[in-house]
Design a protein around this ligand. Structure first.
Ligand code: FAD
Length: 424
């Protein structure tokens, strides 16, 4: 190692963190420590397929130590951020204190329950692999309980699934669960009739897929309605008590499964100046992703809020491509600054938005053209397999998809619980 290397600590190995680290590793003048509370990177856009037992968690996860095994200037440190001390250039984790010349924060966002405590306590989030596995167990156990119950009201409560949030995640979960009802429940749970009609998709806004084009919004509604999903719009969820989801218009839906896909809030970073914390708890950054009122601390991806990009004066959407591009740009900028060159301002290149609705049906808003149906579905498959880390993961996922879509018979519906008493 060179003697005058710069120490860079990166907290968070999501899309932003790993793309930053991979790029910066190429410059041996930097010694990088990557910190994450998990020992693996994962791919959130496919979490819902884990939650619905369509693919395995290992298809979309990859260990950091394996990812960087041949990088001599990067070390992995497993731990969770506790606080930053900008005066002393140190960062405290629950597994030790690290010092830095540059600190890069990329810990993303967490589920936002909008202050509804009953929802926070009882709903099922879907932000992490743990959440997805918990949801999978919960849904499968509900089916078993529904089959066993002799009480018609209890049966309905166990079968009803309410998804709060009509964005891409809510739409994708609703579509996947409806397909599960149509192709699998009919074969494997003959006691249950018409599982699809028990799926409710509830959204506060008047349209599904809010950030996408009108064509995508209409297609999502049409396809899901056809599949039997009950869509309730213009109606936020207000409460979830005693197994009842309470809607703003007073209606209630009895259910043992409220899936919360409704909103996110940036994760908290104790120690950062209060003047640098903006709307949605996002850290305010300049055109080079440097956090306001700090000298050597940067924030990337979902955690950051940047208004300097001329095309995005109200900040960037919290999307994977923004995180990836910001990570790469910052790494190149740190290299530039060591070379004595000026940094380049970040500018987001929007490659488009995609959402899958059901088997062979998706929507794709590409920069100049809109696709729906089978073509969009093929684009979606391609776009979600290419960015996966690891050739083996891509191959395994391609095989799992091929098997599941062709046979309508995925085989992953295993209920695996570390502790039996977790489920009531
Ligand atoms: C279910 C779901 C579906 C999505 N679908 C899409 C999609 O289809 N298309 C799209 O563009 N975007 C999608 N997104 C959004 C996209 O995943 C995010 O915009 C992107 O992951 C942001 O990247 P990031 O690096 O900022 O944060 P993340 O990818 O969230 O990474 C944060 C990292 O920080 C780690 N971490 C968190 N807290 C701590 C801590 N205290 N200490 C240490 N480490 C910590 C986490 O383990 C994680 O590795 C989806 C998100 C979800 C949850």
């Amino acid at each position: 190692m060179e003697t005058n290397t710069k120490k860079v600590v990166v907290i968070g190995g999501g899309f932003a963190g790993i793309n930053f680290a991979k790029q910066l590793c190429k410059d041996k003048r930097f010694q990088i420590t990557l910190v994450d509370r998990n020992n693996y990177h994962f791919f959130p856009p496919l979490l819902y397929q884990v939650a619905t037992a369509f693919i395995e968690p290992s298809n979309i996860s990859y260990p950091f130590r394996r990812m960087f095994q041949d990088k001599s200037n990067l070390r992995f440190h497993m731990g969770s951020l506790v606080k930053v001390d900008p005066q002393n250039n140190t960062v405290e984790t629950d597994t030790g204190i690290l010092d830095y010349d540059y600190l890069v924060l990329a810990i993303g966002a967490e589920t936002n329950y909008f202050g509804i405590e009953s929802v926070k306590q009882n709903a099922l989030p879907m932000k992490t692999i743990d959440d997805a596995l918990n949801l999978r167990n919960h849904l499968l156990l509900n089916l078993e309980k529904a089959v066993q119950s002799n009480d018609p009201a209890e049966k309905v409560r166990r079968l009803n699934i309410v998804i709060a949030g009509g964005g891409p995640t809510g739409v994708e979960v609703a579509g996947m669960l409806a397909e599960l009802g149509r192709y699998i429940a009919a074969k494997e749970y003959p006691e249950i009739k018409d599982l699809q009609s028990h799926i409710y998709l509830v959204d506060a806004s008047p349209v599904l897929l809010g950030p996408m084009s009108k064509g995508s919004q209409e297609e999502a509604k049409k396809v899901l309605s056809k599949l039997g999903v009950q869509i309730i719009q213009n109606t936020p969820v207000k409460d979830y008590v005693d197994g009842k989801v309470v809607l703003a218009d007073g209606r209630t839906i009895e259910t043992k499964a409220l899936i919360w896909a409704s909103g996110i809030i940036a994760r908290e970073v104790p120690g950062i100046p209060a003047t640098a914390v903006g709307k949605g708890r996002r850290l305010l950054v300049d055109a080079y992703n440097k956090v306001n009122d700090t000298t050597n601390i940067y924030a990337l991806g979902d955690l950051s809020f940047q208004t300097t990009d001329p095309n995005y004066p109200n900040g960037h959407p919290q999307l994977a491509q923004v995180a990836i591009q910001q990570g790469k740009t910052l790494a190149k900028n740190l290299t530039r600054s060591l070379d004595g060159e000026p940094m380049k301002a970040f500018s987001y290149y929007n490659k488009g938005s995609l959402a899958i609705i059901s088997k062979y049906k998706a929507v794709a808003d590409l920069p100049k053209v809109f696709f729906k149906g089978f073509i969009a579905w093929c684009i979606w498959l391609f776009a979600h397999i290419i960015p996966l880390v690891g050739f083996r993961n891509r191959l395994k996922l391609a095989f799992n998809w091929f098997w599941s879509f062709m046979t309508n018979n995925p085989t992953l519906r295993l209920i695996i619980r570390p502790r039996k008493e977790d489920f009531k």
